[in-house]
Write a protein that binds this ligand. Structure first.
Ligand SMILES: Nc1ncnc2c1ncn2[C@@H]1O[C@H](COP(=O)(O)OP(=O)(O)OP(=O)(O)O)[C@@H](O)[C@H]1O
Length: 269
């Protein structure tokens, strides 16, 4: 299958400390993949390297076969969108104006967002069920609605590949599912390749074709959820003992406790 995003031998560090080491990955066209791993393992940094928000010290990223470092900004933005972990909650913009920004990579410098671009904005608002809220200011929206507005902006950009850093953080469980179902719809029905950093491993299992696991800046395991989410994985990568069972054909885990329990009684506080 065709690869849309490939990295070879990526290295990145701050102040002589390695954050990402020898990271090689191929994202296949049409897949929905989750990057998982403990806090500080380098997941967000990998997303930033893949979208060239930061430059690697070594290694190369190819976007649809071209070295991303040599592409111009609009070329990249027509193919790839990244939604960062946090967006400014006080941004004084209406939903529609935010979504319109998604069309910028498709406009010539002299062109205004009209006609087919307005149609793309309407389509993105419909896809994300935001039409009714399009004239509201972003800061008046709930967390779930705001997240959908940002996804609408990404959809209006009509990228081939969408990267999201923890898209369900701060959302209640219904809104989490709403975002995950929307991403699944965009993937399955619109053919958008999706790569997301996920902390909820059960949701990652349910919604991903592939799990990519990181620890200490390295890729340590990858494969289908059933191939990766084995009891040993939870102890080796997260340091927890877990029961793993199957639910509707996907692995689900419940934590039993820390693999090496901390001796709280020995701490003098
Ligand atoms: N600007 C920076 N300067 C120095 N160290 C940094 C900087 N940004 C990130 N780091 C360090 O790089 C490491 C990896 O961070 P990163 O955010 O990629 O991890 P992560 O796996 O996404 O973590 P989390 O799950 O907590 O979001 C962390 O130890 C972090 O402290």
């Amino acid at each position: 299958m065709e690869n849309v995003l490939t990295s070879e031998g990526l290295h990145f560090g701050y102040h002589n400390r390695n954050i990402v080491e020898n990271f090689g990955l191929s994202i296949r066209k049409g897949e929905m993949a989750s990057i998982v791993g403990p806090n500080g393992s380098g997941k967000s940094t990998v997303l930033r390297l893949l979208t060239r928000l930061v430059r690697p010290n070594k290694g190369i990223v190819y976007l649809e076969g071209e070295a991303i470092a040599l592409m111009n900004t609009k070329q990249v933005a027509r193919k790839l969108t990244m939604l960062p972990q946090t967006q400014d909650p006080n941004l004084d913009l209406t939903v529609r104006d935010l979504v319109k920004q998604g069309r910028h990579p498709h406009l010539k410098w002299y062109e205004e967002c009209r006609n087919e671009h307005e149609d793309a904005v309407d389509w993105a608002l419909q896809m994300t069920d935001m039409t009714k809220l399009q004239h509201r200011s972003l800061y008046t929206l709930s967390g779930g609605e705001r997240q959908r507005a940002w996804i609408a902006m990404a959809v209006a950009q009509t990228p081939h590949t969408l990267l999201l850093d923890e898209p369900t953080t701060y959302l209640d469980v219904a809104h989490q599912l709403e975002v995950m179902e929307l991403l699944q719809f965009l993937n399955r029905k619109q053919g958008i390749t999706i790569v997301m950093v996920m902390h909820d491993l059960n949701q990652a299992s349910r919604y991903s074709d592939r799990i990519i696991a990181m620890k200490d800046g390295k890729l340590v395991s990858q494969g289908s959820p059933a191939e990766v989410f084995l009891p040993d994985f939870f102890s080796q990568v997260f340091g927890i003992e877990a029961n793993v069972y199957e639910d509707e054909g996907k692995p689900v885990y419940t934590p039993r406790g820390l693999a090496i329990s901390r001796k709280w009684e020995e701490l003098h506080v």
